[in-house]
Design a protein around this ligand. Structure first.
Ligand code: NCD
Length: 357
């Protein structure tokens, strides 16, 4: 397995910092990077709908002088014929130097990375994580605030299925003095498994808040869309969207230097009258996403030259991950793989769900 980006914590804080420095340099001197990936190819394997993330990856590779191939829905790939993620990754390794994969199954990019001969980038796996969106988020906060230590960060919306939320919290959990405010309907709050795996071990203060409280206290407000596609209409979340809407009027009580983020696409959770406010950074975030993906592609292609040791994980023969959305449950030929936490807890290496041996 080549060095890949599956989870945001695959990058150390020093490496994240270096990626942000590279991204800023690319922004200042794009002409210096225009030939950096000449002759190299990125495969974008998108088994789930996306416009901005896929285009962002494609724009990033084109900006580096490389080529792009791939597909944008499962129906136009061999998955429609029943091919496994692992086989698709092995085959595509013969055509491309690096793969960006989005998949509805949690852990699918890790299953792909273990089979591929080239680096794999997780471009979003189900409701699990989305590390390259976090790269965009981090650069936007860094540029607005100059750093992360001591920030109060409020997350609003779908904290259960919002994979961008999970990856950003995992990154912030490594910063000093960060405080989290969580604004969501109880049905869509942060999963207990995530709290026990990421938030509590980091010891970061974290509490539920109303949108009003969050607006008064936060330095960063991370708005998200309700992830309707991840639950059935019978679940009855129809009216949730109206309850967590940011408007220009509500911003009157917020800090003057608040940084408002949203991974996009926006539905109704941010009224368009917020867009003209200088605190709204979500369109800058899009630009930063492309720059960070450029920096990441350069880094992983460089690392692919050395065969870096990759922690193998613990084989989990006979173990069944309890998460029905996990790739190890839904795909044939994906052997169970476990990791043991410092606390002694055992988790599925693909989706992070707590598992019994
Ligand atoms: C997010 C995603 O796909 O998780 N979008 C993105 O990558 N820009 C957020 C979302 O779909 O709501």
């Amino acid at each position: 397995m080549k060095r890949s980006l599956i989870d945001i914590t695959d990058l150390s804080p020093a490496e994240l910092r270096a990626l942000m420095d590279t991204a800023c340099d690319i922004d200042a001197h794009p002409e210096r990077y225009r030939e950096s990936c000449r002759g190299r190819t990125l495969a974008v394997l998108f088994f789930e709908p996306s416009t901005r993330t896929r285009l962002s990856f494609e724009a990033a590779m084109l900006g580096l002088g490389g080529g792009v191939l791939g597909f944008s829905e499962a129906a136009s790939s061999s998955a429609a014929k029943g091919e496994s993620v692992a086989d698709t990754a092995r085959v595509v390794s013969c055509y491309a130097d690096i793969i960006a994969m989005r998949h509805p199954l949690e852990g699918a990019p890790l299953a792909a990375a273990r089979a591929a001969d080239v680096p794999v980038i997780n471009a979003g796996d189900g409701g699990h994580c989305h590390p390259t969106q976090t790269l965009a988020d981090l650069l936007t906060v860094y540029r607005a605030k100059g750093g992360f230590d001591g920030l109060t960060v409020a997350f609003c919306g779908d904290l259960k299925y919002g994979r961008t939320v999970h990856s950003l919290i995992a990154a912030l959990a490594r910063c000093r003095g960060v405080r989290l405010l969580l604004v969501s309907p109880p049905e869509l709050s942060l999963p207990e498994d995530f709290l026990s795996a990421v938030v509590r071990p980091a010891g970061i203060p974290c509490r539920s808040a109303s949108l009003g409280e969050a607006l008064r206290e936060a330095d960063v407000l991370y708005m998200t869309r309700i992830q309707r596609e991840r639950f059935s209409p019978e679940d009855g979340y129809a009216d949730l969207e109206e309850q967590f809407v940011l408007t220009a009027k509500k911003l009157e009580n917020a800090k003057k230097d608040l940084c408002i983020l949203h991974p996009l696409p926006r539905v109704t959770e941010i009224a368009t009258d917020v867009d003209a406010d200088p605190r709204a950074k979500y369109f800058e975030q899009v630009k930063n996403g492309k720059l960070m993906r450029m920096a990441l592609i350069l880094r992983l292609l460089e690392d692919a030259k050395k065969d870096l040791p990759v922690p193998p994980g613990e084989a989990g023969e006979g173990t069944l991950c309890p998460n029905p959305r996990c790739v190890s449950r839904a795909e044939r030929g994906v052997p169970a793989l476990l990791c043991r936490e410092e606390t002694g807890e055992i988790r599925c290496a693909y989706c992070g769900t707590k598992t019994e041996r």
